[in-house]
Design a protein around this ligand. Structure first.
Ligand SMILES: *[C@@H]1O[C@H](CO)[C@@H](O)[C@H](O)[C@H]1NC(C)=O
Length: 915
């Protein structure tokens, strides 16, 4: 092991200067199954369904499918499969197919789904030997063709929206026992993979007639709308620690969320490829390639557009959810209905996070914390990276640097701030380290291909990895987060799980060998062979979720479920949103990486993961003052707002820049805090509607073709349009204002300048300008008195910004609770309020009248923008009060400011205007 460590240091140094080392990561042609199957495209599919055997139940149908030898006269049956098509609630179908009796069983992800999906009815419309037609309760039809097998999903107008196996690329490789002399092993960069089960890949083509673009399948660094992959590699979904990743790439990264959406002005649909194994996805957009068929389609009345996708996985069953939409929001919600939403975050976590690898000791932490106050900059959380531990042993403190962790944390919480500390996935193999000794003794480690505890190399040197598939191992792990097990932590210490792909420095593709063994709960009684365990290849992309679930549960348990928690992760899979926020990993202090943060978070957002951010300033390298300032400005309008930096980079806290830059950064941070309740309300609404907090334009403007490929601007909820400046020395930026057809108006949030939507405007910018626009027809609540942490602003008053649409109306919402407990769930201790302006009256009422919270916040100011005719007088009505209010007019009488209404937020009120 020692020489390897040295070797590693050498590699890191070399890498530092040249960016990503592509040789460490497989291309499709270096990945056995991808090379074997990418070109698989028979003239005719071998798969044939037999409807005589079809068993239709209330919610699903089971159909026998055989592969037949197309060369033999009698079409001899080769292998037998069973196809299951289920109808699920909310216009969703599920298609599963595998061998009738798989030799070793096939793995189904265990943590992706937020409980068993709710069934919907499935009825048989018609059945012949060639074709079976089924229908759900909404009227979506599924047409299954027998020979060759093809499955079409029809929208409510009877048009095919999704079609499977039209290109004959359905394939389920059937594992066979290895014959003597047969070679199953594969080698990559001198790493051997024993592949004891041989070939077990699956493949399926999925077509989207009429689609203009497809989106989703994060995590990659290219655009939000997915590219045609005919030249180069497919998109790869395989969780890996990619050092100094490159941009505009389809390479795998830390996360994999195999959900894809296809969008056209007509409809949006989605498919969720439910598979935790390494997956490659090819995309062919007809607009890029197929001129001839486009013309044919045009003649026959179609849009001439179509996108074809093809999913290829190393193992596991064919298991696909089909989301029938039909709007983008419907499809996004259908996905979170299956996989869950982010729990309501504690409010502090929507504030600003100050992180670095590393704040080196207690004095450093105290100094950083104090400097925020000295410079009057708000911050909610100070973070500690791996150096706080004793020799990278998590659940311990290095007491030489952090002798009094409880006092350190107490000093932060006394100011209303919190701490987040890191706990990585690897466990140091060191004699005397209690975690290692207990895990070893209990047999809770993942084992290697021979059944011995697997030993890899990570930050601590020799490391092992917990087999979270063992329920007792996860339970053991959750208990490590108890305050008595981890002294120095309190309810105000939250966590960050990193390196959870998992990262293994001395293994193929910097991750766990695929033939490592995980516990198989469903193993047949007494099994000892290949059916007695899963290999990492089966569960790989889901491993991070197992770790996160353990941490999340542990954090809840330590306060008996009283307090909400914050957890950050780097590895991502479907369902991660239920446990953790996500950041985009080790980016760079470059303008291009600042720009990439937008499409990366948009892509994660539509894949269920709203709580997303990128390291402010960039992890590697040093951002100059302009880049750092622009990054603070952009980050202020992204969900997770954290600065972070590599240990070898120059310190870069805001006060270390020149005075002018520091003030600009402070101004950006203060803007975040003025909108803290807006963010909190967005995240609350996400828990109710499952929609992304940070939205692509096409979600709100699905018929406006020009926005389908826009990913350098986005919406927060349906209210704010954000177009961060991501280029040096910008003097103007093009901003697309969508909604021309519906007469949408947009207001510059700095000047209240009114823009009627009409495509691109040229927005002049100086270094202080952040182009943000409020949509006409919306109301946003702000808190204008920014304090040193969000918790200290809880009782502060509100300013409402009422931005009128062309009908002179606007609506908005506000969510208020204690910011940290589950009392909102347990005892209805919250306010979910609605603001409505109809020209004559601004009213505040409760959406959930049964709930209540003793908020001390009050209404300090109302700003109405876009007025056509200013009112003469205003009067507040609340309970017994009826008071005349003071008003002033600005900006050529288009902006009305109502001063100090003084209404409370605990009871409904009205402000009546007379003209
Ligand atoms: C906590 O704050 C007090 C008062 O500023 C200071 O004297 C003490 O050193 C701090 N403790 C730690 C551990 O930082």
């Amino acid at each position: 092991m020692k020489p390897l460590g040295l070797l590693l240091v050498g590699l890191l140094v070399i890498n530092q200067s040249i960016g990503v080392d592509k040789k460490k990561f497989k291309t499709c042609s270096q990945s056995g199954f991808c090379k074997r199957l990418r070109d698989f495209k028979p003239e005719r599919s071998q798969y044939v369904a037999d409807f005589t055997s079809a068993k239709i139940n209330e919610n699903y149908v089971l159909v026998d499918v055989n592969t037949v030898d197309l060369k033999s006269e009698q079409k001899a049956v080769l292998d037998k499969y069973v196809l299951k098509i289920s109808s699920l609630a909310d216009s969703t179908f599920r298609v599963e197919m595998q061998e009738v009796e798989p030799l070793y069983g096939r793995y189904t992800p265990m943590l992706t789904l937020d409980g068993a999906p709710k069934p919907d009815t499935l009825t048989e419309v018609s059945k012949s030997s060639d074709k079976l037609v089924l229908e759900n309760s909404k009227g979506h039809r599924v047409e299954v063709y027998a020979d060759p097998l093809k499955i079409e999903f029809l929208d409510l107008e009877g048009e095919t929206a999704v079609v499977m196996n039209e290109n004959s690329q359905l394939l389920v490789e059937v594992p066979r026992e290895r014959k003597e002399h047969e070679v199953f092993t594969e080698t990559f960069n001198s790493y051997h993979d024993s592949r004891p089960r041989g070939n077990e890949a699956v493949s399926l083509d999925i077509g989207f007639p009429e689609a203009y673009q497809v989106y989703g399948i994060p995590e990659h660094t290219d655009k939000l709308n997915l590219a045609t992959t005919t030249s180069g590699d497919p998109y790869r979904l395989f969780n890996m620690d990619v050092f100094e990743y490159e941009l505009d790439s389809r390479m795998g990264l830390y996360g994999a969320v195999p959900v894809m959406y296809a969008h056209s002005p007509k409809r949006t649909v989605g498919v969720f490829w439910h598979n935790a194994a390494e997956t490659w996805v090819d995309v062919v957009n007809s607009a890029d390639t197929n001129v001839v068929s486009s013309i044919v389609n045009l003649v026959t009345g179609g849009s001439g557009r179509r996108v074809d996708a093809r999913f290829l996985s190393e193992a596991n069953a064919i298991d696909v959810f089909v989301l029938m939409g039909d709007t983008p929001g419907d499809a996004f919600r259908q996905y979170t209905t299956l996989t869950g939403v982010a729990p309501l975050p504690p409010k502090f976590s929507l504030g600003y996070h100050q992180c670095r690898w590393n704040y080196v000791d207690e004095n450093d932490v105290r100094g950083v914390d104090e400097n925020f106050d000295v410079h009057d900059i708000p911050v909610d959380v100070i973070w500690l990276d791996i150096e706080y531990t004793q020799g990278k042993k998590y659940f311990t403190w290095d007491y030489s640097k952090f002798p009094r962790p409880l006092e350190m944390v107490g000093n932060l919480t006394a100011k209303g701030r919190k701490m987040v500390i890191i706990v990585d996935t690897h466990i140091k193999r060191e004699k005397g380290y209690f975690v290692h000794e207990e895990l070893t003794e209990k047999g809770f480690y993942i084992t290697d291909k021979d059944g011995k505890d697997y030993e890899g190399w990570c930050w601590p040197g020799p490391s092992s990895y917990i087999d979270f598939h063992k329920p007792e191992a996860t339970k053991y792990y959750t208990e490590l987060y108890r305050f008595d097990r981890f002294p120095g932590t309190t309810k105000d210490v939250h966590f960050w799980n990193d390196m959870n792909e998992p990262s293994v420095f001395n293994s193929a593709e910097v991750t766990m060998p695929r033939d490592c063994r995980h516990f198989k709960e469903s193993a047949p009684e007494g099994a000892t062979g290949l059916d007695s365990y899963w290999e990492n290849r089966h569960v790989h992309n889901e491993y991070g979720n197992f770790h996160l679930r353990g941490t999340y549960q542990g954090m809840l348990d330590r306060t008996d479920g009283k307090y909400r928690t914050f957890l950050l992760t780097r590895a991502v899979f479907s369902g991660t949103q239920r446990f953790a926020a996500v950041w985009t990993g080790d980016n760079m202090a470059e303008w291009s990486h600042l720009a990439a943060s937008v499409p990366m978070c948009l892509s994660l957002g539509v894949a269920g993961i709203s709580f997303c951010g990128a390291d402010i300033g960039g992890f590697f390298k040093y951002p100059d003052a302009e880049l750092m300032t622009r990054w603070y400005q952009a980050g202020a309008y992204q969900p997770f707002y954290r600065a972070h930096s590599h240990i070898e980079t120059k310190r870069r806290e805001p006060w270390l820049y020149d005075e002018a830059s520091m003030k600009l950064q402070r101004e950006a941070l203060r803007r975040r805090y003025t909108l803290i309740d807006f963010w909190y309300t967005l995240f609350y609404e996400h828990t109710r509607d499952g929609l992304p907090v940070m939205r692509p334009l096409f979600q709100e403007f699905p018929k406006e073709e020009a926005v389908f490929t826009i990913d350098d601007q986005y919406l927060l909820g349906n209210k704010l349009l954000v177009r961060p400046v991501t280029a040096s020395k910008a003097r103007s930026v093009p901003v697309y204002l969508p909604g021309k057809d519906t007469g949408t108006v947009w207001y510059d949030v700095d000047t209240y300048q009114r823009h009627l939507a009409n495509g691109y405007i040229d927005q002049p910018v100086n270094i202080a300008k952040i182009p943000v626009y409020q949509r006409g027809g919306t109301i946003i609540a702000r808190k204008e008195r920014v304090r040193r942490a969000s918790s200290l602003m809880a009782d502060d008053p509100y300013t409402l910004i009422v931005a009128l649409d062309s009908d002179n109306t606007a609506v908005g919402t506000i969510y208020i609770d204690d910011g940290e407990t589950f009392e909102f769930e347990k005892s209805n201790a919250y306010i979910y309020g609605k603001f409505e302006f109809n020209g004559n009256e601004l009213s505040y009422s409760f959406i959930d009248p049964a709930s209540t919270y003793p908020s001390r916040s009050w209404l300090e100011r109302v700003v109405v923008v876009g007025l056509r005719a200013p009112p003469r007088a205003a009067r507040l009505q609340q309970a017994a009060r009826s008071d005349p209010l003071h008003m002033t007019l600005h900006e050529g009488n288009g902006v009305l400011v109502v001063r100090k209404p003084g209404a409370t937020m605990t009871e409904p009120w009205k402000i009546q205007f007379s003209y």
